[in-house]
Design a protein around this ligand. Structure first.
Ligand code: ATP
Length: 432
């Protein structure tokens, strides 16, 4: 990290630009926590500064012109030295997307921490204007905006502590250090949650994950905003982003408990999961029955109502399919408990995704051994015959092939067939 910051400092100095590390990286390092991403803000043109960094470090630069920000993703030499850089071919992409790029969401950074990829987000010191409740702000002037003015648009005092990269000095203009020491989340002004209700989710996420409390005035402002239904005015996409961030946190259960206490879960039609469900998911994910890219989705399944998935969160078509499948399966879950025949278990579980299987294994511990058997044994059973053999038997090519091969597989799963010869005999008997 230090090596990278030194290089960034040299670039800033050479170009006469004031650059600061801001937000989570400073907050977390002062708390002695491992941080996952770096946000840099510059007094001047952040996008241009991004290009300068890319010249030095290589990697992929994404520019979000609407918000005058850029993200540089590059590959590090080794994961133990998170910011030892290696130079890769520079590449620039431009994005006009609004929602996700406005306040850079570190969805990627936690996943990246496991790989050698790192992202630095670069923003220009700016002023923002909120046009309506729960609407994204309009980015106003960037030119000539000072650090102090930029900090005033931020969410909480603990997120306004910055590191002057060149001077290697902490700058704390809005008393963030004091709140960090007192473990308090404090908004910068009374209209903060009205301007941007996503800050309610952020406040509870930080409180849960850092073990902090909302300072009394901030707490009553948040409760008031919730009571007025402001979170429901956010777009389903923005709510989803916040929920995903929460479910990706290690302390997700604690955060959800706070959301429950504040009445957020009820308003969104979500439920508080039993503590043992998430513990069981944690355990099963560690077993990595089948590694999943969307582990957060397994936790999401634990907070939604299958019958009526929240209308306040946007779901993809595929996600809705999974939810619907689980809803249907809920009714046959007791029969799955009693089913003994491997082929029947296979038929019930084979079209489910990793996330669904992990969820069932966690929510219904009695079924865990059956699911493990399915994954470790039944799913690995392969036939010795194929479509070629069916063709040789004179069977006309078509959807029938799949059906016939499935019937052979079921027989094999139930231990009726041992060899290729037996499989061929079986199919002949089936068709002829
Ligand atoms: P973490 O990485 O743990 O989520 P973070 O504070 O770095 O924490 P980011 O979402 O990366 O979170 O935001 C970076 C900084 O941008 C924040 O520290 C904060 O100063 C500012 N910020 C982010 N979202 C908002 C918001 N909705 N309103 C005001 N400022 C925000």
């Amino acid at each position: 990290m230090e090596e990278t910051l030194d290089k960034i400092a040299a670039i800033a100095k050479k170009n006469n630009i004031k650059a600061y590390v801001v937000g989570g990286a400073v907050r977390d390092s002062l708390l002695g926590r491992k941080d996952f991403g770096v946000d840099i803000t510059v007094e001047g043109d952040g996008m241009a500064f991004g290009k300068m960094l890319q010249k030095e470090f290589g990697g992929l630069l994404c520019q979000h012109s609407k918000f005058k920000t850029a993200s540089l993703t590059f590959t590090t030499l080794c994961s133990s030295k998170p910011f030892a850089l290696c130079h890769s071919e520079p590449f620039i992409c431009h994005s006009e997307r609004s929602e996700e790029s406005q306040h850079t969401i570190h969805d990627k950074s936690r996943e990246e921490s496991l790989s050698n990829k790192k992202t630095i987000d670069i923003a220009s010191c700016r002023k923002e204007k909120y046009l309506g409740i729960a609407e994204l702000p309009e980015v106003g002037i960037c030119h000539g905006v000072s650090l102090q003015e930029d900090l005033k648009r931020r969410d909480f005092t603990i997120n306004t502590i910055v590191l002057d990269i060149e001077a290697k000095k902490i700058i704390d203009l809005l008393d963030g250090r004091k709140d960090l020491d007192s473990k308090l989340i404090r908004v910068l002004h009374p209209k903060s949650f009205v301007d941007d209700p996503t800050r309610i989710f952020r406040a509870l996420r930080f409180a849960g994950k850092l073990g902090f409390e909302l300072e009394p005035v901030t707490k009553s402002l948040a409760l008031d905003a919730i009571k007025k239904g402001l979170i429901k005015k956010l777009s389903p996409k923005r709510i989803r982003d916040q929920i995903v961030l929460i479910l990706k946190e290690y302390e997700r259960q604690k955060i959800l408990e706070l959301m429950h206490q504040f009445g957020v879960l009820t308003q969104l039609g979500l439920k508080l999961p039993e503590d043992k469900l998430f513990k069981s998911i944690d355990k099963n994910l560690k077993l990595a029955i089948r590694p999943s890219d969307h582990q957060w989705f397994v936790y999401l399944l634990g907070i939604i109502n299958f019958e009526n998935p929240s209308e306040f969160i946007v779901f993809t078509r595929l996600e809705l399919q999974k939810i619907e499948r689980l809803h249907k399966l809920e009714t046959s879950i007791t029969s799955l408990e009693t089913i003994k025949k491997p082929s029947e278990v296979y038929k019930l579980l084979n079209n489910l995704s990793n996330e669904e299987l992990l969820f069932i294994a966690s929510a219904y511990p009695k079924l865990k051994s059956k699911i493990l058997k399915f994954l470790k044994v039944y799913q690995k059973v392969k036939l010795n015959i194929s479509g070629k053999d069916l063709k040789q038997l004179g069977i006309k090519k078509g959807p029938l092939y799949k059906e016939l091969l499935s019937v052979v597989l079921y027989a094999k799963l139930d231990g009726k067939l041992q060899s290729r010869k037996e499989e061929l005999e079986f199919i002949k008997k089936e068709v002829l």
